[in-house]
Design a protein around this ligand. Sequence first.
Ligand code: PMP
Length: 354
Amino acid sequence: MVFGKKMNGAEEYVPFKYAPGMIRLDANESYADMPDEMKNKVLAEINAQAFNRYPDPASSDLCKAFADYYGLYASNVMAGNGSDELISIICSALLPRRSKILLLSPDFSVYKIYANLYEQTVVTVEKDEELNTTADAIIDAAKKNSVDLIMFSNPCNPTGQGIIASEVEKIVASVDCAVCVDEAYMEFWEENETVLPLINKYDNLVVLKTCSKAFGMAGFRLGFAVGGDNMISLFKKAKMPYNVSALTQAAGLVALKNREYLKNMTAQMISRKKKLYNSLKELESPIFKVFDTKTNFVFVKTPMAKELHAYLIKNNIVVRYTAPDYLRITAGTRGENDLLKSKLEAALGETGIH
Ligand code: PMP
């Protein structure tokens, strides 16, 4: 029987079991929950829904609100059940099996998981020691391997590095394939190197956005695909009929209409990230390298990554460990960031190298 054989070699995603009160700096979420005033607005909207009815399959009001927020046309937008759903659609429905997908390494692990699940062929461009790559390297690899799709996060999870918009445009303009730019963390890059303004200039470009990071709504599962009319009509053909629940649509609408709230929240997260970065920089040494960041997290390289990860968990703080020697640390509240620093300082002090 072949049933399930496809999963041979695949690994189940085992979520971390947080003990009560643990400080969670491992998932790049917003450190702040929605204030009660906003929550009450969301609850009032949810209360007004008829629970026996399916939601609007097109999430029309939500797409319009999202388009207004970013100065786009609603016809350029499709909502998804988190951007994870949109990544899955791209790797499955929009490409035949054995298509070639160019990914960067390191980058968001979900791209490769879906590419493998949907039996695509992955072509990888490795980043250098400083965790960067160039538009030319990507273009060369795309052409040499005749790839069908290039997909990368910008700025990048997990490295925190970014490619400026003019370089991304160079890629999109030079290749003969689709390019998916996942801008999950673009709100945190103060120079704002988004390529959203290019979506009607290039019909091979799709941009992914999420409400899970700067908008602090990871629990609701809401992401958006943005592209030219042809691109979005492909997505609409491929999505599940009722992919965004009525609850999520209601919550997204409330958030997107409260622009001041979203802007303030993002500004505060940027400020926390800067403070976290500066305090980690103070710990920098030959065994503790801190990378610059355009996101809401800081990426660190240290041969002690595994030990530090375990030590922090013992001290009630969870950060993300990436083998072999990286830690990815999401900016938390001021108190959380301070505690993290003091624990790291103590641990590094014990090595006698720092
Ligand atoms: N893209 C990137 C680069 C991410 O880091 C994440 C979340 N970790 C996602 C997409 C998925 O976001 P969502 O919660 O919208 O599914």
